[in-house]
Design a protein around this ligand. Structure first.
Ligand code: NAD
Ligand code: UD1
Length: 338
């Protein structure tokens, strides 16, 4: 198949492109590079020995998108493009709704005009809010999000489902990611946050590489075994492979399908720190800070639906995730900046 990948220069997109190419698909990438570098795609080209058609364009630009789609015969779109920083979304809600919601509406409009009706969307476990049940199955009701970023995911999911109701020839796969970490084993591509990392693993690797003095652990008085927050960390390469499996579902005319992509195992912040230290043979100094507003105690998936219906499960464990995160950071202390 030929796949339009929006946001393909980003962290998850770049890893997914590799797995798509390995599986024999062609890709066309659109990204405005607002949170990424073209170097990631050059590295992907090196890893796959494949030239990747890339267009620097904003998904809110209908004409640019339309011109690109006129040039290719696209079978499906994997839609990663979006802004994703939780704290920033609280400070700039308009920008988040504009980019994520208006961007997605534009994209759908152009896809529809080109009769492309197969869409895979990057959603997040954040749509469950404070989860009603743990482990979280896809039947768990969507909850109240704590920030505009989360609401954009929540609303886009709804928009896509309504689209399918009105026109059942759309095939929509909504993938709810848990906590992606890790990097491609080559160490050539990985997560490249701007400024101070918001997420746990990039913060740990920046402490490890000497860019930050110590990790701030946000709260040790949660109702969890060691008091720190528990999450379902998933290796980004496993996550990427989940998208290839989702394409197979689309080929079977799945209608609307929602899948959790997680491992089903929860690790606390302290367990992650210990695993990172033991796998990589180094110390990560930390301090305990107050809880971060909006954080929940525990969040991990029941990933059985994806296993049952897609034949997908995560293969990499916490050791591989810690090893590959560090391998990327140590080889690229400044990310894609030379
Ligand atoms: P990322 O920021 O690395 O990648 C997103 C890409 O989209 C970037 O390359 C950015 O330049 C591009 N982009 C943003 N707005 C655009 C626009 N208007 N037009 C064109 N390109 C645009 O983020 P990621 O971690 O790779 O996440 C990919 C998707 O998965 C996002 O939608 C994100 O919300 C979602 N997601 C990520 C996580 C996570 O922990 N990383 C968890 C759940 C869901
Ligand atoms: C966060 C977002 C979520 C988003 C996901 C992926 C919030 C409330 N949620 O999830 O919407 O989909 O990122 O981008 O921001 N931690 C520390 N110190 C740090 C960083 C994190 O102790 O410097 C702790 C957190 O309190 C949490 C765990 O580590 O318990 C994981 O945090 P993080 O990596 O930010 O992911 P989430 O909060 O699960």
């Amino acid at each position: 198949m030929t796949i339009l990948v929006t946001g393909g220069a980003g962290y998850i997109g770049s890893h997914t492109i590799i797995e798509l190419i390995v599986a024999g698909h062609n890709v066309v990438v659109v990204d405005n590079l607002c949170n990424s570098s073209k170097i990631s795609l050059e590295r992907v080209e090196r890893i796959t020995s494949t030239q990747i058609p890339f267009f620097q364009a904003d998904i809110r630009d209908k004409k640019a998108l339309s011109d690109i789609l006129d040039m290719y015969s696209i079978d499906a779109c994997i839609h990663f493009a979006g802004l994703k920083a939780v704290g920033e979304s609280t400070a700039y809600p308009y920008e988040y709704y504009d980019n994520n919601i208006i961007g997605t509406l534009n994209l759908i409009s152009v896809l529809r005009k080109h009769n492309i009706k197969n869409i895979i969307f990057s959603s997040s476990a954040t749509v469950y809010g404070e989860p009603a049940t743990i482990p979280i199955t896809e039947e768990c009701p969507k909850g109240k999000c704590t920030n505009p970023y989360g609401w954009t995911k929540w609303m886009i999911e709804q928009m896509l489902m309504d689209l399918h109701t009105a026109d059942p020839t759309f095939n929509i796969v909504i993938l709810r990611y848990f906590n992606p970490i890790g990097a491609h084993q080559s160490g050539l591509i990985g997560e490249n946050p701007n400024g101070v990392p918001n997420n746990l693993m990039p913060y740990i690797t920046q402490v490890a590489v000497g860019k930050r003095e110590y990790l701030h652990i946000f709260g040790n008085n949660y109702d969890t075994p060691d008091g720190t927050g528990v999450r379902d960390y998933i290796h980004v390469v496993d996550l990427a492979r989940g998208h290839v499996k989702a394409l197979e579902a689309i080929n079977r005319n799945c209608g609307v399908a929602i899948y959790n992509l997680g491992t089903g195992k929860g690790y606390s912040v302290l367990e992650i720190v210990k695993a990172f230290e033991s796998v990589n043979g180094m110390k990560i100094p930390y301090v305990i800070d107050p809880r971060r507003p909006g954080d929940i105690a525990t969040c991990y998936s029941d990933p059985q639906k994806a296993q049952r219906e897609l034949g997908w499960k995560a293969d990499n464990g916490i050791e591989e995730m810690c090893r590959d995160s560090w391998n990327w950071q140590r080889r690229n202390p400044n990310g894609y900046e030379q």
